[in-house]
Design a protein around this ligand. Structure first.
Ligand code: S3P
Length: 432
């Protein structure tokens, strides 16, 4: 058996995080730019796409479906095929680690009258797919699975619009149904149980599609040509989150972050940090391609614990493991409840977060649907794991920077799923 890789992380001898930085493109917007661009009438150009493995899988899957995607210097050029213009792939599509790719592309494939198998890695094979199987089947597609899990075999055709209220507030489920609705006859209405990220809706609007958003009711009305995209993807707020957190926690920090996505369905973590007392200044903002973006200055802050509302849980879902890390350094109690979705992400993120932070000496209690952190705790180095989850690897790395002594992080390479170069970027700023 091959040895697992280990990275040693320590903060000794470093100042806080200082300097100025930009982040790789937003992963959610990148997936959507590629997928929606492939459905447009004509050529789209996408710059600053997310560089990680997940988005690379989307490019590969689109190529397997007959879409021409060319990488030129720092941009991707893709030839849209119209709403139902994919061709039948030769083999199974490999979605790797990406739930977003799987669920969104299944919605598009549901409108194509051929059969496609979608498969992925062990993590993706363990994640629930009934949440998209049910609505796509009620629209008229056929989806065979291994008891609600991958491999998923999608046979599409002529769909009929539906009105649907998912049980979970999930942008992946919402987008899957809306994308199927683009190729269906009649109206498809999605009733959102919570404010999940709205990049799909914004992008459709930017492409000239007559989408209707009326509070929590989102309606698409079948085929309508999509204008090609000229998209400059903003920096990924979730990737920036690790640096924002580290700057709040490490003495001597003053970090400027430029051109980061500030869509408010994504920035729940910023809202929470501000409530906790963080010093974060928004120094400029603009909207491009219907997506808000701007610059932030973050400094070392004294923080207090926070309790989250249901909406805040949805708007900060990917940053909750990181919030737990920050909470260990805040005075008082931080409580996260209603976040059972964390158990079905790339790993069980509640268990992974609690295990790693306990190993470093934090006072954290596991709940069925979240956790309670009692701060502040003095963390000390220990042995922790990525659990083969990019976000657990990066949030635990931030904890390791706060801890005294050395921390060994097992299987750190999983950061590559969304942020290749994460450790080098962090080290560069710490020693800058
Ligand atoms: C994503 C939606 C979220 C998020 C994931 C990316 C997306 O998942 O956790 O990292 O791009 O639509 P859910 O929509 O299932 O909550």
């Amino acid at each position: 058996m091959s040895e697992k890789s280990v990275k040693t992380i320590s903060h000794s001898g470093c100042d806080g995080l200082t300097g100025e930085m930009t982040f790789p493109g937003d992963k959610s917007i990148s997936h959507r730019g590629l997928l929606l661009g492939s459905l447009a009438e004509g050529r789209s150009t996408l710059t600053n796409l997310a560089p990680g493995e997940d988005v690379g899988r989307t490019v590969d899957c689109l190529r397997a479906l007959g879409v021409t995607v060319v990488e030129e210097e720092n941009k991707f050029v893709l030839e849209g095929q119209g709403l139902r213009g994919f061709t039948e792939p030769k083999g199974s599509l490999d979605a790797g680690n990406s739930g977003t790719l799987t669920r969104l592309i299944a919605g598009i494939l549901a409108t194509h009258s051929f059969t496609t198998e979608i498969d992925g890695d062990d993590s993706l094979r363990s994640r629930p797919m009934e949440r998209i199987i049910d609505p796509l089947e009620s629209m008229g597609a056929k989806l065979d699975s291994r008891e609600g899990k991958l491999p998923l075999v999608v046979t599409g055709g002529d769909l009929q619009g539906i009105e649907y209220r998912p049980e979970v507030a999930s942008a992946q489920v919402k987008s899957s149904v809306l994308l199927a609705g683009l190729g269906a006859s009649g109206k498809t209405t999605l009733l959102e149980p919570g404010p999940s990220r709205d990049h799909t809706e914004r992008m459709l609007e930017a492409m000239g599609y007559p989408i209707r958003v009326d509070g929590d009711r989102i309606t698409v009305s079948g085929p309508h040509p999509l204008d090609p995209l000229k998209l400059k993807v903003p920096g990924d707020f979730s990737s920036a989150g690790y640096f924002i957190a580290a700057a709040c926690l490490l003495e001597g920090s003053e970090l400027t972050i430029r051109n980061v996505g500030l869509n408010e369905t994504r920035t729940g973590f910023l809202e929470l940090l501000t409530e906790m007392g963080a010093s974060i200044e928004l120094t400029s903002s603009e909207e491009r391609n219907r997506e808000p973006r701007g610059d932030l200055v973050v400094s070392k802050s004294d923080l207090s614990g926070v309790s989250l509302t249901e909406d805040q849980v949805v708007k900060s879902i990917d940053e909750l493991p990181l919030l737990a890390v920050v909470a260990t350094q805040a005075d008082g109690v931080t409580e996260v409840r209603g976040a059972e979705e964390l158990r079905v992400k790339e790993t069980d993120r509640i268990k992974a977060t609690v295990t790693n932070l306990k190993n470093l000496g934090a006072d954290i209690e596991e709940l069925p649907d979240g956790f309670i952190v009692r701060g502040r705790s003095k963390l000390s180095g220990g042995r922790v794991e990525s659990f083969r989850d990019h976000r657990i690897a990066m949030s635990t790395a931030v904890a390791a920077l706060v801890a005294e002594g050395e921390t060994e992080l097992v299987e750190p390479e999983w950061v590559e799923v969304s942020f290749p170069g994460f450790f080098e970027t962090m080290e560069g700023l710490l020693h800058g």
